[in-house]
Design a protein around this ligand. Structure first.
Ligand SMILES: NC(=O)c1ccc[n+]([C@@H]2O[C@H](COP(=O)([O-])OP(=O)(O)OC[C@H]3O[C@@H](n4cnc5c(N)ncnc54)[C@H](O)[C@@H]3O)[C@@H](O)[C@H]2O)c1
Ligand SMILES: O=C(O)C(=O)C[C@]1(C(=O)O)C=C[C@@H](O)C=C1
Length: 312
């Protein structure tokens, strides 16, 4: 195995993403040691039982002290708190990163508290499941998935390349873009789909009792897929919508207009409009499958015990 890229990795927050990074970094020999930090003693004890790190602490400053790479793996709303705590102890030349699903807000929240002699390279792996906590992680989560880096202007390209090498080392494909562009793209590809899932499951849950029982009984695969997404962590998703407000509202506006057009087509019996849209969207799906970007079958295996079990 090649020489590790980093000496000490500090993981601040050890849920699905933090624990998956721990498994993957260890399995691929990318770091010499891992320090795990989280807020609650219970989660920290569980991380220790799972053997996710070499050292464990409840204090983010203690974890970040002397680390070569610090990755905040917390809900995006906790980013400022983390940066405030670790800022004063960071080693000169250290790389500070995160995995948050929103980037502009994280850059604003963390940027001010990080000293000028560290490299701040925000990141977002586009890989996840509806599960959370340290038991949910597995080393293969990032395999063949994208990881988007959004370094602020003026970031040392060598630091960006070093973090890119880390993500490639755990199986991801890396792309660099601005935080603003990231937030707009992810609003439509990830955030709105989650909002739709939360809403449709909420609408079904609010129906009168007799219908609600049938919704569960006859839950066909379309609705079932929505319930999986709607089972995602409430804190994480509350923070995403609060922190990507502008992009989500912009995309939601467009989505609502298109939905109204479909509503009109149905009311008017305009089959051509429906058929044309469904033909276009089918082609998009086929394009995604041909590009090898659809991993739903592998994901199905992981979730249903025919693939890598969570927390392997
Ligand atoms: N779950 C996904 O599908 C997914 C995918 C990509 C990125 N992300 C992003 O990764 C981040 C973590 O998500 P996750 O799925 O691992 O969540 P998770 O709920 O599994 O884990 C979050 C961890 O952070 C800890 N935590 C919360 N506030 C903290 C604080 N102030 N200080 C220290 N620890 C704190 C929690 O106790 C928990 O251990 C989020 O920002 C999320 O947007 C999630
Ligand atoms: O597969 C899932 O469960 C996910 O929702 C993962 C997903 C996504 O939207 O693709 C969710 C949020 C993250 O920021 C990245 C990935």
């Amino acid at each position: 195995m090649a020489e590790p890229l980093f000496g000490r990795l500090a993981l601040i927050g050890i849920g699905l993403i933090g624990s998956s990074i721990a498994h993957a970094a260890r399995q691929n020999g990318l770091v010499k040691e891992i320090v795990v930090q989280t807020r609650s003693q219970k989660t920290l004890d569980r991380a220790r039982e799972l053997g996710l790190g070499n050292a464990y602490t409840l204090d983010p400053a203690e974890a970040a002290d002397g680390a070569d790479l610090v990755i905040a793996c917390v809900p995006v709303g906790a980013s400022e708190q983390v940066a405030k705590a670790i800022g004063p102890v960071l080693k000169p030349g250290a790389i500070v990163s995160d995995v948050g699903s929103v980037k502009t807000s994280v850059v604003k929240q963390m940027g001010n508290y990080l000293p000028a002699d560290v490299h701040f390279v925000p990141a977002h792996p586009i890989a996840g499941t509806e599960h959370s906590g340290p038991d949910a992680g597995f080393a293969e989560l990032f395999q063949s998935r994208w990881c988007i880096l959004t370094p602020p202007e003026g970031t040392d390209p060598k630091a960006v390349e070093k973090l890119a090498a880390f993500w490639r080392g755990i199986g991801a494909n890396v792309e660099v873009m601005s935080a603003e562009h990231h937030d707009l793209v992810l609003a439509i590809t990830s955030h709105i789909p989650h909002l739709i899932a939360y809403n449709i499951v909420g609408t079904a849950a609010d129906m009168e009792e007799s219908v609600r029982a049938e919704v569960i009984k006859f839950s066909a695969s379309g609705f079932r897929d929505f319930t999986r997404i709607a089972a995602s962590d409430p804190t994480m998703w509350r923070d995403i919508f609060l922190h990507n407000k502008d992009a989500v509202l912009e995309m939601l506006g467009r989505f609502t207009e298109d939905l109204t057009a479909l509503q009109r087509a149905i009311r008017r019996g305009d089959g051509n409009t429906l058929f044309d849209l469904f033909t276009r969207t089918r082609a998009i799906r086929r394009g995604i499958v041909e590009m090898g970007q659809d991993t739903s079958e592998a994901d199905f295996g992981r979730r249903h015990g025919t693939g890598t079990p969570a927390g392997e």
